[in-house]
Design a protein around this ligand. Structure first.
Ligand code: PMP
Length: 601
């Protein structure tokens, strides 16, 4: 692979990346013996030392509960918390600090508006406009409120490069539109939406606008008054701050008229058992003890970002985005999803030829020390529109440099080369050759039809099979070797007959497509056997392990076996947590369900 020259403009990067990187201890660490390349800032940014120091300093010297304490410590904590609010207000250019409500993050900010403004203002016939680009956290809260109020959801479509279709947007707007809720920047594609225009158009029909700013605030200056936004939401952990803290900006007029979100301490004026009057803004929306140290950390993060300058950050990230786009596009068979004219530092792609499932790209890059995100990015409707179930996504932060992109591209190039050299279904996706759907079919002589060949028991019990697997894994001391072994098992797994890949046999995993066909072995009591398949080779390898454990075993033995403990024993839980719903947990559940039905057969 030839290395493309880095664009000339980037020779004078606006940001001194080395000095930035020195402030992030985590960027000096290694993953799987290689220097860490962190390309997942859209999921969560890393924290500079000043943020960690501010939080530590708060805990060491200033912590107490806020607002109610009469002693000095509590008053200092209160001051720090309220100063954080004032800092956020200046950052967003809100008219006053009371318009900035602290929440747990973007998700809670949106839920707050949906639950309070939505439930008290929407009625049957009203419409909420969302877009195809939305994160689930800007879809599901509106679905909940639509169900509760009878309002309807309408969706602004996108064009093929991932931009909102503004002509359709204008057509969808009507006096029925009460609220437009769109993201400022798409987390899955990086599209920067023309939010000023969107807001002006919405206001012209009397609708309000909520902007999900999760993916914007760390990448360019925000001015809610210049935008004329009604609500603006963001999360601390996407702007180099702590997790568990976020902000909802709302116009005072709107927030004042909204009912409280949660009830509890600190949000009241007067409580009797007959009735309660509520505290004024912002306390009305901040029931209970808030995330005080989070607010302190967020202040430090905002000050840090501003000390570098959001314009400079944008110049740096845009140069890197151009470079990364050129280099990724030069990999044959790789298709970038999302090519909007205005984009932030997000690169989403799929590998088509050779076909490599996103999950496999992600887990293999991990072995090179490269952290990216794979899956649907909490944007399933967008994935459906793009005609994929998942993408691999690299996202840039202020600390990324040309070298990070080079490491990503070199690792990908090696992976592609390796996949090309594999015969048949490339270490990746089981694409059955023509007629290969019969590979696992055998003739049933008596009935003269073909039936799938289900694997027989690999050992006398799941425990015995587990012991065999554990013995083998003990020879494979680290994750790279275990990963390779699972990938090898995946390559050897016979493809599942296409006829069995029905909707009913599909299990819904987060990261890949998985089908499983389980049955009782005919004439063998409660013996369960199964076939399964996935587009991700890693999952195919896990299927092979599951088959070794369970196929051909009695229902009661399957139920008695603790799969999670076993996966922990062989070290899979660290890298493939069951709770990630990557299809594995769903498969196990499917098997256990069948086993429960037939345990006493
Ligand atoms: N909206 C967008 C566009 C996002 O990218 C995210 C996080 N991925 C969220 C909302 C939710 O943010 P949080 O999980 O911090 O609440």
């Amino acid at each position: 692979m030839t290395t493309l020259p880095f664009p000339a403009a980037a020779d004078q990067l606006a940001v001194d990346v080395s000095s930035v990187r020195n402030q992030f201890p985590i960027l000096q660490t290694e993953a799987h013996g290689r220097p860490l390349v962190y390309l997942d800032s859209a999921a969560s940014t890393q924290q500079p030392e000043v943020v960690m120091d501010a939080v530590r300093d708060y805990h060491r010297h200033h912590h107490a509960n806020i607002h109610r304490g009469v002693y000095q410590l509590s008053q200092t904590a209160t001051r720090l918390y309220e100063e954080a609010r004032a800092r956020v207000a200046r950052f967003l250019n809100a008219a006053e600090p009371a318009e900035c409500i602290f929440t747990r993050g973007t998700t809670e900010s949106i839920n707050l508006v949906a639950s309070t403004w939505g439930r008290s203002n929407l009625q049957p016939g009203d419409e909420i406009l969302l877009s195809t680009l939305e994160h689930h956290s800007n879809i599901v809260p509106w679905q909940l409120v639509a169900q509760a109020t009878g309002a309807q959801i309408r969706v602004i479509p996108i064009n093929d490069v991932g931009e909102l279709r503004l002509d359709d947007y204008r057509r969808l707007l009507s006096p029925r539109t009460r609220l437009v809720a769109v993201n400022h920047v798409s987390n899955a594609l990086g599209t920067i939406n023309p939010v000023r225009e969107i807001i002006a158009e919405a206001h012209s029909v009397g609708a309000l606008v909520l902007l999900d700013g999760a993916q914007w605030v760390a990448h360019g200056p925000t001015d809610v008054q210049a935008l004329d936004a009604d609500f603006y939401a963001f999360s601390g952990h996407k702007i180099y701050g702590p997790t568990g803290i976020g902000v909802l900006y709302g116009r005072r007029r709107l927030l004042d008229a909204m009912p409280p979100y949660q009830g509890g301490g600190d949000m009241i004026e007067q409580v009797t058992f007959a009735e309660t009057s509520y505290a004024p803004l912002p306390n009305k929306f901040e029931a209970g003890t808030p995330h005080i140290s989070g607010a302190v950390g967020l202040t430090a993060a905002i000050e840090w970002v501003e000390s570098i300058g959001l314009e400079r950050i944008a110049v740096h990230e845009q140069s890197l985005l151009r470079y990364a786009t050129q280099r990724l596009s030069a990999i044959p068979g790789l298709e970038i999803k999302g090519n909007a004219r205005r984009k932030s530092g997000v690169l989403s792609w799929v590998m088509l030829d050779p076909a490599i499932a996103s999950l496999d790209i992600g887990t293999q890059l991990d072995l090179y020390g490269v952290c990216i995100r794979t899956g649907h990015h909490c944007c399933q409707p967008l994935m459906e529109r793009l005609g994929v179930t998942s993408t691999a996504r690299a996202s840039l932060g202020l600390y990324n440099r040309v070298d990070d992109v080079d490491r990503l591209v070199e690792a990908l190039a090696e992976m592609v080369e390796h996949a090309r050299q594999k015969p048949g279904p490339v270490g990746t996706r089981a694409v059955p050759a023509a007629g290969a759907e019969h590979l696992s079919l055998v003739s049933n002589a008596t009935e003269g039809v073909t039936v799938p060949r289900y694997p027989a028991a690999a050992a006398e019990s799941p425990e015995a099979a587990a012991a065999d697997i554990a013995d083998l894994f003990a020879f494979l001391p680290d994750w790279p070797m275990r990963h390779q072994h699972i990938m090898d098992l995946g390559e050897k797994l016979p493809p599942m007959p296409e006829v069995l890949k029905t909707a009913a046999n599909q299990v819904h995993g987060c990261q890949s497509i998985v089908h499983i066909a389980a049955r009782l072995r005919p004439g063998a009591g409660d013996v369960i056997e199964f076939l399964a398949d996935s587009d991700a080779n890693l999952v195919r390898g896990l299927i092979a392990l599951l088959q070794q454990l369970f196929s051909g075993q009695r229902a009661s033995s399957i139920l008695a076996f603790d799969t999670e403990a076993f996966f922990a024993q062989i070290g899979l839980d660290q890298h493939l947590s069951m709770s990630r719903r990557n299809g594995l947990a769903a498969m196990v559940q499917r098997l256990r369900q069948l086993a429960r039905q037939h345990a006493n057969a």
